[in-house]
Design a protein around this ligand. Sequence first.
Ligand code: XLS
Ligand code: NI
Ligand code: NI
Length: 438
Amino acid sequence: MSLFSDVAPIRFEGPESPNELVYRVYEPDRVVLGKRMEDWLRVAVCYWHSFNWPGSDVFGTGTLPRPWLGQPVTDAMARQKLDAAFEFFSRLGVRYFTFHDLDVMASADTVRGHEQQLRQIEEAMAEKCAATGVRPLWGTANLFSHPRYAAGAATSPDPEVFAWAAAQVRCCLETTHRLGGANYVLWGGREGYDSLLNTDLGSELDRYGRFLALVVEHKHRIGFKGTILIEPKPFEPTKHQYDRDTAAVYAFLQRYGLTGEVRINVEVNHATLAGLDFEHEIAAARAYGLFGSIDMNRGDPRNGWDTDQFPNNAQELVPALMQLVEDGGFATGGFNFDAKLRRQSVAPADLYLAHIGGIDTLARALLAAGEIVREGQLQRLRVERYQGWNSELGRAIDQGRFSLAALADYAADHELTPTPRSGRQELAESIIARHCRF
Ligand code: XLS
Ligand code: NI
Ligand code: NI
């Protein structure tokens, strides 16, 4: 028995169900454009917000019943948490979870102690994974909570901190690999700066590049077949984070020769903090050939920080889901709910309700996106909009057959007077709106 065992396994009961602890839309076996819903969405529950966060904020201490939390974390506490977490994954009916090393293990002060504690809990995790069929969508090392990382990990001014970070990543990458993880994430929590006055930006970037190259090299050395993912975020906790968005990460990967090795984990609330739409980040990642996985949550339009709320507006998500559908779905990625409860949500059932709501929202958006893609009206609208590029002129430009001067002469000689055409944005928006009926 654990905190989460009072709720019966969550089943699909359809939109008319009078019950709350059920899926109304998410039906794992329902086929959308040739693929099962569960395989489109590849939902994961995150360990940190769900089991490791007591409901504290900067003004107050924990509010949520999480009896396994405390400092230092003993092995018994870590195991109690593990039981509760897997109880929750199974009853919710998801196949993936995500974790930081520090979320799952007992506390340790030394590098050797750290390795030992993670290995120890890994054995218990492996048993749980085998018994339930639930496995990591990804693992990641927490390189931002301990005071040693206050000035960054790979970008710390102190090489001993860099070495500690290497030890944590090596260990967590190997654990993720042995547990059958599908990806490994690096979120550059404190890889950035608070003030340029004391920061050597150029050498910090070089060291960050070196660190990432070491991680990639180790991945190949141990034969990990999953994807290494970087998760961009513009700021918080540092004032300026180097991985501010997909475009910045692409430039970084190019500079350090790592394209083809590393992809992007797009987080909704990080995109919006960067002043970008969630779907923009997916589109940019696709355009650069970097799209990997998604951290699902939402911000509050009036708050300028990472509120990590559960999504509840399907219509807003349709453009993003359309891109996923057009791409044929995730390769190794999935939808990780990097979302947390509000502090007053102290009932164990609240964690179920939050995830059910989020998963049903994704399912709604998927059904709408699937229909829109199948009907093809929006795609046709887009194709028609660019039709001019199929002309002789368009093809010649695309093939690089014109110099700037030759093109200027062409424009003058042919007395070009292109006529404005409708972009049909309102039509596109109403196509989205009228398909949101699930
Ligand atoms: C924080 C990030 C973090 C990563 C994992 O804002 O979203 O939770 O996903 O380190
Ligand atoms: Ni995240
Ligand atoms: Ni985040």
